[in-house]
Every structure is written in C-alpha cells, then in structure tokens.
Design a protein around this ligand. Structure first.
Ligand code: SF4
Ligand code: SF4
Ligand code: SF4
Length: 359
C-alpha cells in the first residue's frame, strides 16, 4: 500500500508557478504515525510513502520518525518498504541524506536548470541557484541517481532544452520536466509551438547521450517509448487505490489534486478508508474522456490523469487543450528520438527493443 503524506503546504520558497496555499499547518507526529499503522493494517507486501509539501523538509523530524516507526512495525510484517520525496533542496544536509539512504528514501530535487533564478525564488525575489550548488554536490555524491524535476513557464519555454542540457552536464542522469499546469496558465499557440521546437532539440540531444558511459534518462521521452514498445498504457490511473493522499489533518483523499475538497474525502488515518466512498470515486474515474474518442495516441497519452484534468478544468474527464497539444508533442518527439536510436543501432536501445519485442 502506498500513500502520499502531505506534511505541510508551507514552504521556504515562492516559485513563480507554485499552486500551494502556503498555510502554516503541519501534520502532527501523532497523525503521521497513525498513517503508518493504517498502511500496515492492509497487510500488503509492498508499502511506502511519498513525502510531499510545500517543502517536506520543513517537517524533517516527522519524516525521520515515520521512517523509524515503519521499520519497527515492519518487523512483524516483513513487507518491502520504499519511500520518495521531492524537495527544493535548500534544507538538505549530509545527515538527512544518510538517513534517507539507510531507509531507501529516494530524493528528487526540484531544479529548473538555467531558469532556476527566474522561476524558483525566495519570497523576496532572490534567486536560489548559488545556495543550491553545494546541495547538488552532496545529493549526487550520496544518491548519484537522484532525479532532477524541472517545470517551465510559457514565457521561459525557449530555454527548456538548454536547462535539461545544464542539468545533465551538472551530473543528473535522470531528468523529468513538466509544464506550468495552473488553471490560468498563459500557454498560447506561440509558446506551445516553441515548446514543440524545444522537444525537437531534446530528441536529438537525448539520442546523442543515450549510450554515454553515464547515459541521460530523459523520463518524459523514455516513458513514452517504453509503453509503446511494451504495448501497454502509459499510465494506469487507479484513482483512490494507487496512491491515496493524506492531508496534514489526517483526512484521506483519492489523489493529490483532490486534497481538502470535502466531497472527495474518503476517510481518515484514525477511522481508515471508507471503501464505498473510494469505490464510488474510482468508478466515476473510469468513464472515458469524450474528446479522446478514436485518438490513436490514447494509449500513450496522459489524458486519463484525473488529477491533472481536475486541477485545470474542474472536471476529471475534461482534458485541457494545452495538455492535449503537449502530449502529442512529447509522443512525436519521443518517437523521433527512438527513430534516431534505431537508425544508429544504439546498443542500449537495441537491447531494450529486443527485450520488449520478445515479450
Ligand atoms: S518549492 Fe516552489 S513549487 Fe514547491 S511548494 Fe515551494 S514554492 Fe511551491
Ligand atoms: S489521478 Fe493522475 S496522479 Fe493520481 S493516480 Fe491517477 S494518474 Fe496518477
Ligand atoms: S492526444 Fe489529445 S485527443 Fe489524443 S488521447 Fe491525448 S488528450 Fe486525447
């Protein structure tokens, strides 16, 4: 069983695209430990938490207590445990990363490459890149496979490829990028066209570093290639079952973007999950998106992410136009990258390709 623990909506930064309300509420240790007990009560063989914020490291003591308590509880269960956390990195230090390593907590760093100081800033507008340099060194020394997560605003999209290249040169081998998805974002035809051009540049760049000694894994493209080669859907959204979200007050919701919306509350850490409420929302999520009828890209597109649709359109089945255009561009450019790799008989690509086609 996996849960997302929303420890706080508070943050020490004020990024230009942030959608958090930055309230000071924090999850109490008692609530977090009840979440651990609830997780183990299902008796699953695989358990884990994703620590989420705001900035989760503002609740560092709670995270460490959860890791220790899960270890204690697991003596009687013998499940495999895994944890994830995305942080802005400012509060990272050696002691925390070593604790993370002991408990198999994977740390992802939110960093916008060359756009860091334009987008990820302190509340007074100061940039953060200089302060993050030693944190990046430390993270990559202790977790060399840490992922860099980047977001791009429409006005800065012309520097997307340069930013991914910067992150790779800085030592990150796994990079994931996202576009600003707030409901009133400023994407228009021009910025979407530029986004497509940037993905085109990235298709060439990623293909040229695919077989390096330290290969670049650009996850946006690789996930599209993998699901195509393995003939499976790109996302399996089991809303409410895959990764329910626990709010700071201990209430449970089906996924991140439904947090704190009363009609989507499906339980609490003290009373457990209301199975009827969860199943009702899950069944609702299975309805197809009418606008995607007959689209040949449907299997490879994220159109069925209820969270994303709901956060941008208020309807879990209404795919925002920007998302549709974006997905088409990612899929086409991922295919371009795959073609380049196939033409060059890339050893790593041919290995993965033959494994997938033999399945
Ligand atoms: S790091 Fe930036 S995007 Fe994340 S919660 Fe803080 S202000 Fe928001
Ligand atoms: S709603 Fe989106 S984020 Fe949530 S489980 Fe489904 S696919 Fe994943
Ligand atoms: S590309 Fe657009 S129409 Fe096709 S499945 Fe995705 S969102 Fe739907």
């Amino acid at each position: 069983m996996n849960f997302t623990l929303h420890l706080t909506a508070d943050c020490n930064l004020s990024c230009r695209y942030c959608y958090e309300k930055h309230s000071h509420a924090r999850m109490s240790t008692e609530t977090a430990l009840s979440a651990c007990e609830l997780m183990f009560s299902y008796g699953h063989k695989k358990n884990g938490f994703s620590f989420f914020g705001g900035e989760p490291l503002l609740c560092r003591k709670t995270i460490i207590r959860v890791l220790e308590y899960c270890e204690e509880l697991n003596r009687a269960h013998g499940a495999s445990l895994s944890y994830k956390m995305t942080t802005n990195g400012l509060l990272l230090d050696e002691a925390f990363i070593e604790t993370a390593n002991r408990h198999k907590l994977e740390i992802a760093l939110s960093h916008d490459g060359v756009l860091q100081d334009a987008q990820r800033v302190f509340p007074d507008g100061r940039g953060t890149s200089r302060l993050l340099e030693p944190k990046i060194d430390l993270l990559l020394k202790l977790q060399p496979n840490a992922i860099a997560m980047m977001t791009v605003l429409p006005e800065n999209v012309g520097r997307l490829a340069e930013s991914v290249e910067w992150l790779y040169a800085r030592g990150f081998s796994r990079v994931n990028t996202a576009i600003d998805c707030r409901p009133n974002n400023a994407w228009d035809d021009n910025s979407m066209e530029e986004l497509d051009a940037q993905y085109g540049i990235l298709a060439e760049f990623c293909a040229s570093h695919f077989d390096d000694e330290r290969p670049l894994h650009y996850l946006n493209f690789e996930s599209k290639i993998a699901c195509h080669l393995e003939s499976r859907s790109c996302i399996e959204c089991r809303l409410g079952y895959k990764q329910p979200s626990i709010a700071p007050d201990g209430s449970i919701y089906p996924c991140n973007q439904f947090l704190n919306i009363p009609e989507y509350r499906i339980g609490s850490v003290s009373s457990g999950i209301d199975e009827q409420a969860r199943e009702r929302i899950y069944q609702m999520s299975l309805l197809p998106e009418a606008s995607c009828d007959g689209c040949t890209l449907a299997k490879r597109c994220r159109h069925h992410c209820a969270c994303l649709n709901f956060s941008m359109t208020g309807n879990m089945h209404e795919v925002p136009h920007v998302q549709c255009v974006h997905e088409q561009s990612v899929i086409q450019n991922a295919d371009r990258m795959a073609e380049l790799l196939y033409e060059r008989k890339s050893p790593r690509f041919m290995r993965v390709y033959s494994k997938a086609s033999n399945k």
